[in-house]
Ligand binder design. Structure first.
Ligand SMILES: Nc1ncnc2c1ncn2[C@@H]1O[C@H](COP(=O)(O)OP(=O)(O)OP(=O)(O)O)[C@@H](O)[C@H]1O
Ligand SMILES: [Mg+2]
Length: 283
């Protein structure tokens, strides 16, 4: 679906910001760019979607070298930008009807989508009078309106309350079920884990790791288990290693003697792994 080989890109001539990035995105997967602010996630999205064109290296998207894309290329692409680009003087419905008119493929009914994202009651309001979250929701509807086969979503839940963030995440998963391929940019490890089939860790314009969220977490050092147990009149705490619990004489002795009062495994979060592999936090 997407093939990137030896990608370099500079905003300032001679000073490469994106350096030597290569990866592939498979048809039908949700592929995440996870990284802190300023890492280069939006830059990458803009290069892959053909907006920033003076890159070096090879990028094939939908079998087209992105530099040589034609106008019809965008028939198959939907995008949510970091800062929603909608016509402020138009109402929400006018925006959707206008953007829809640019494409051959039309949504069966934009109203259904507006209802899903809770904007049906505000569809005749000018977008200038929308809140940031309302604009994000409208921008999402706009991106999927023409049923593109490839979606680029840059922080699609940013500025949304948890209820609407959930609805957008459900819509993203529905898009995947319908066979679409999705590139999702985020600095939220929960979104990355919940939505992405594979995740690329992005720091300083480079990919530092790339795998499924599960494999990234499993590749970490052993998971620790903390537990509490009765010791006479007291309750004491113990620590063990999950993969060696069966060989841990102290733990097994307390377990077999029925002394355990609590047990808790301390799984590593994707953020723990991110910090260990990149030396950087996600925030
Ligand atoms: N138009 C531009 N001209 C020059 N530098 C830019 C431009 N856009 C972005 N940059 C720089 O490129 C770097 C990466 O920015 P980018 O927007 O890709 O980061 P990001 O990972 O999307 O961050 P965030 O999570 O804050 O959205 C930053 O140092 C930024 O200042
Ligand atoms: Mg960004």
């Amino acid at each position: 679906m997407i093939g990137v080989r030896g990608l370099y890109f500079a905003y300032d001539k001679g000073k490469d910001f994106i350096r030597d990035i290569s990866f592939e995105v498979r048809q039908g997967e949700i592929f995440g760019f996870l990284g802190p602010s300023g890492a280069g996630k939006s830059t990458l999205q803009k290069i892959l979607s053909g907006i920033l064109r003076n890159y070096r290296g090879n990028i094939r998207v939908l079998d087209t070298e992105i530099k040589h894309r034609s106008e019809s290329f965008y028939e198959n692409i939907g995008m949510v930008f970091e800062f929603p680009n909608l016509y402020g003087k138009f109402t929400a419905l006018e925006n959707l009807l206008f953007f829809s008119s640019l494409y051959e493929n039309r949504a069966p009914d934009p109203m259904l989508l507006l209802e899903r994202v809770g904007l049906a009651g505000d569809m005749h309001k000018k977008v200038n009078d929308y809140s940031k979250g309302m604009k994000m929701r409208l921008a999402f509807v706009r991106a999927i309106l023409h049923q593109p086969s490839l979606l680029f979503l840059d922080e699609p839940t940013s500025g949304l309350d948890p209820g609407y963030a959930r609805i957008i995440k459900e819509l993203i998963l529905e898009q995947k079920k319908e066979g679409r391929t999705i590139i999702l940019t985020t600095h939220n490890m929960h979104d990355a884990e919940e939505l992405c089939d594979r995740v690329a860790f992005i720091v300083d314009g480079q990919v530092r790791a790339l795998d499924t969220p599960h494999a990234l977490r499993a590749g970490k050092r052993d998971v620790e288990v903390s537990y509490t147990y009765r010791s006479g009149e007291q309750e004491e705490a113990g620590l063990a290693v999950l993969s060696a619990l069966h060989r841990d004489k102290e733990f097994m002795g307390r377990l077999n003697a029925g002394l355990l009062t609590g047990i808790h495994s301390k799984e590593h979060s994707l953020e723990d792994v991110f910090i260990e592999l990149t030396g950087r936090c996600l925030k």
